[in-house]
Structure formats: structure tokens, C-alpha cells
Design a protein around this ligand. Structure first.
Ligand code: PA5
Length: 447
């Protein structure tokens, strides 16, 4: 295995026999997943995606990334939910912390838009781009999502003003459904270069498709290695036996813990450029599992930062928390703490030590403290902060959540709950087709 899963800190919370006892349920969940007999079986494309993907499109993605790198100082990825979180998490994971400010890189600055309805944000982004050369990748599986549609209109107008209609088309890349939706219609009509979100991938499982790959490649990520990591993880996590499959073991343990009342899970890191990985993970877990009035609530925390804020709650608050740490064994760079004869700050005992050494001791100290405080902690050890490891880790969590969903008796692949607010918003905006609801909600508002 390339990454390792460490559940050794759970002995106080889960007895040795419990994993064996849940194995029949895991075996059944695995069968549902592999045979396609489970709910949502049309959306299992993530399982084989790392080996079974469109190789021609993959080459086009690389070529488009090169083109964008060559003619753009700024690149904007427009999308929301599953259509941006993976790319953003991956780009942060793979690049230096301040990549957009770093001089001398041969890649454009990368920004994200269309993931809120904030005019203030979009205004600031437009100002930031200024007169600089830029390109955009508009990403929407349905092709009709309000947030990205608005951002696309605004940035398209800016492109057309700067480059003219023909020039703008060269700088718009559309990632959407192969056949339907407004974005597909527009891309066909205008002749934008198009990339496809496969039918059998839900948004939150789409980071290893064009949805994530183009932005990641533009930012300089090695997408071959990303896919290779995921492909190797696919082989590694194909055994239904929880003693041989760490992704399933993780799914089983969190299900065991959930049934004991540990209903909130925090995904944690000790490296700031993993912060957005937590955001990606929250969507993957929350949208997959939170339905039928049940499911683990996914949260995230960044350490040691949040030990100075959430730390108190985690140590002594309501005992419904469990933690999963994504721990990088070897970050790309390190700093040695200088020696200082005066030692006025009292840090002499750390002189000449690497910060990674201190960070590691912090991790071990936290695991023991939280365990003593009644919080079960699991750890996913990731050897390196590189594309291969990232692909591997992504697949680990995707496989885990699919099994976890079936273990909990829900469809891990749908997301009916995300529609409720949209209906209300459209009605309040007076969109055609919502007339009855407009009346009802306006009356409720004005009561
Ligand atoms: O996972 C999901 O289904 C959502 O988060 C979608 O990804 C999000 O709503 C964006 O949808 P679309 O890609 O259709 O614009």
C-alpha cells in the first residue's frame, strides 16, 4: 500500500471483535457496489475511472493546459460544488502555499469563480485580472447551475471586450455533459473547446475527470501521476476483506463509531495547503451520506491552527466527535529552527530541530490527549505531497464513502436535498415555471 491507515488509537473505543462482526455487512455492501445492485448504481463510474477514461480527451486536456499556460497570466475555473472543490483542493495540495504570488513560475495565477452569488467577490476578481491576459474554464455537469452561469456571463463579457468575439472563443473551455444542458448548447453554438463530464460520475466524484484535470494541469500538476496513484489505489482497495482493505476498514470503523453515537467526524491536517482537501472531503462525505435523516456530519479542522480555537471543544465538549487525520509524512520543504545563544524566547530546547519534527510531536500529543478526552482518532498517512499520493488518497476516500453509504442503508450517489433551496430561490426571483411557489413564498415572506 502506498498510503497507510492507522487505527491503533481506537482500542479504547472499538473492541477487536467488532470489525469481524461488521464484515458480513461490508461484504454485502461491496457486492452491491461491484455488481451494481445497490441504489444509485448508475453513478459508479469513479470505481474504474482511473484506468477507464478517454485517453484522447486526456491528451486534449494537456494540450489545452499548455495553450492556456502559454497565453494567459490568469486562469479562472468557474464551477460550484463538485465542479470546483476537487480541483481547488488538488491545486492547493500540489503547489507551494503562495503559488499565485510566486514569481518566475511558468503557470498562470489560478482563481475560482461561480462558487457563490457574491457580486463583491466577482467584482474583486475582475479588478484583480485587470488588463492581463486570461482564460476561463467553465465547468458544470448540468450546464444550468445558477452560480457558475452568472460568473460565466460576467467573465465572458470581459473576454469579448478584450479579445473580440472570435478571440474570446479561443480562451473559453467548457466542461459539461456530453449531450445536454445550456452550457452544452452554447459551447456547440459558439465553438468553444469542450470536455466531458461522464454520465456515470456525480459531481463530488468527478475530480479525476476533465472537471478537475484541466484546472489541475493548468496549475502545473502532473495529471499522469495523479491518475496512476488512483489506478494503483483501485487495485489496492478492491478486496472486500476489511483486514486487507484499508479504505473498507476505515468505512467499517467509522460506521461502528457512528452507531455508538460518534455522529460528527472532523477531517484534520497539519499542513495548511491541505485545508481545501478538507472542503472537498466534506462535500464527498456530506452529500453522499447525509440523507434519510441520518449520516455522519462531516466537518474539518486545520492543526495546529484550530487547536487554539476548536481545540477546547474537541478536548472537552459534547462527546459525539471522531477525528480522521490526513498526515503528510514528508512535506516538500522544511525549516530548521535556528539556535540562539541568548535564548530569551526559551526555545533553546528546539534549536536545530526541524519544524516537521515539532509538528510530528504535536500530532502525537494531540492523538493521545484527544483519545484520553474521549475522541476516537484515525490517521491516513500519506507519504508525500505529490500527485501520485493525492490520486491515491482521493480514491481511498471515494471507495470508503461508497461502502459507508451502503453500510448505512442509503444511496451514496444521489443528492436530492440540494434542490430544495434552488426551487425557493428561483421562485423568489420570479423565474418562469415557478409562479405558484412565487405566490406562496412571497406570502410567507410578507407575513
Ligand atoms: O455534487 C453535486 O451534485 C453538486 O455539488 C454539483 O456538483 C454542483 O451543484 C454543481 O453542479 P453542476 O456541475 O451541474 O453545475
Amino acid at each position: 500500500a502506498h498510503i497507510s491507515f492507522d487505527a491503533s488509537a481506537l482500542s479504547k473505543f472499538v473492541h477487536d471483535n467488532e470489525l469481524g462482526e461488521i464484515q458480513p455487512l461490508v461484504t454485502a455492501a461491496d457486492k452491491e457496489l461491484r455488481d451494481g445492485t445497490g441504489a444509485g448504481n448508475d453513478f459508479r463510474g469513479f470505481l474504474d475511472l482511473p484506468v477507464d477514461y478517454d485517453k484522447d480527451e486526456f491528451s486534449r486536456i494537456k494540450a489545452a493546459a499548455k495553450k492556456i499556460q502559454g497565453n494567459s497570466e490568469v486562469f479562472v475555473a468557474i464551477g460550484i460544488g463538485g465542479s470546483y472543490l476537487g480541483a481547488q483542493a488538488a491545486i492547493d495540495f500540489l503547489n507551494p502555499n503562495f503559488y499565485n504570488q510566486q514569481k518566475g513560475r511558468n503557470v498562470p495565477e489560478v482563481y475560482f469563480a461561480g462558487n457563490s452569488i457574491s457580486g463583491n467577490y466577482l467584482y474583486d476578481l475582475v479588478q484583480l485580472i485587470g488588463d492581463r491576459d486570461f482564460s476561463i474554464n467553465v465547468i458544470s455537469k448540468s450546464g444550468t447551475t445558477t452560480e457558475p452561469s452568472i460568473a460565466f456571463r460576467v467573465l465572458k463579457e470581459k473576454l469579448i471586450k478584450k479579445y473580440g468575439a472570435a478571440g474570446a472563443k479561443e480562451r473559453i473551455f467548457a466542461t459539461t455533459d456530453r449531450a445536454k444542458g445550456a452550457l452544452k448548447t452554447e459551447a456547440d453554438a459558439e465553438g468553444y473547446e469542450e470536455f466531458v463530464v461522464p454520465d456515470d460520475l456525480g459531481g463530488r466524484f468527478s475530480v479525476l475527470s476533465a472537471v478537475g484535470l484541466l484546472p489541475i494541469a493548468v496549475a502545473g500538476g502532473d495529471i499522469d501521476q495523479l491518475m496512476q496513484g488512483a489506478a494503483d489505489a483501485r487495485t489496492e482497495y478492491s478486496n472486500p476483506d476489511v483486514t486487507k482493505n484499508d479504505a473498507y476498514k476505515y468505512a467499517a470503523l467509522r460506521n461502528i463509531l457512528y452507531r455508538k453515537g460518534y455522529t460528527t467526524e472532523l477531517l484534520e491536517n497539519y499542513e495548511p495547503n491541505l485545508r481545501l482537501f478538507g472542503e472537498w472531503w466534506k462535500q464527498l462525505m456530506g452529500e453522499s451520506e447525509g440523507k434519510d435523516q441520518k449520516g455522519i456530519y462531516p466537518s474539518s479542522a486545520n492543526f495546529t491552527t484550530d487547536l487554539h480555537s476548536l481545540g477546547q471543544y474537541i478536548q472537552e465538549g459534547l462527546r459525539n466527535l471522531m477525528e480522521t487525520v490526513v498526515k503528510i509524512d514528508e512535506a516538500p520543504h522544511d525549516v530548521t529552527i535556528p539556535s540562539d545563544d541568548k535564548n530569551l524566547d526559551g526555545l533553546g530546547y528546539l534549536a536545530d530541530k526541524k519544524m516537521s519534527y515539532v509538528n510530528d510531536k504535536a500530532y502525537h500529543g494531540v492523538v493521545m490527549a484527544h483519545t484520553d478526552g474521549g475522541v476516537p482518532v484515525m490517521t491516513v498517512n500519506v507519504p508525500k505531497q505529490d500527485a501520485y499520493s493525492l490520486g491515491y488518497t482521493i480514491y481511498f476516500f471515494e471507495a470508503a464513502v461508497a461502502i459507508s453509504g451502503y453500510l448505512n442503508g442509503i444511496n451514496p450517489f444521489n443528492q436530492p436535498g440540494v434542490e430544495a433551496y434552488k426551487k425557493n430561490m428561483f421562485a423568489l426571483l420570479g423565474r418562469q415555471g415557478y409562479e405558484e411557489l412565487t405566490k406562496e413564498l412571497t406570502a410567507r415572506l410578507n407575513k
